[in-house]
Design a protein around this ligand. Structure first.
Ligand SMILES: [Zn+2]
Length: 66
């Protein structure tokens, strides 16, 4: 089963959960039970893609996650 890393937008804690793909949208923060989570992809890639506050919608010029 794959693991996913999330950042809780509510309490700003980072945690890793082991869940199936179909259930990863139902994950809750283990610290505050919030479901307002942002998934963290890898390491610096995440920060590069979200450098501008509030603007994480644009596709990176190198073409995404493949
Ligand atoms: Zn939380």
């Amino acid at each position: 089963m794959p693991t996913y890393e999330f950042l809780c937008k509510n309490c700003e804690k980072k945690f890793t959960v082991m869940t199936s793909i179909s259930q990863r949208n139902q994950v809750e923060c283990p610290y505050c039970s919030s479901s307002d989570l942002q998934q963290v992809f890898g390491n610096s890639f995440f920060f590069m893609g979200n450098k501008n506050k509030g603007g994480c919608q644009s596709t990176p010029p190198w073409g995404g996650f493949s």
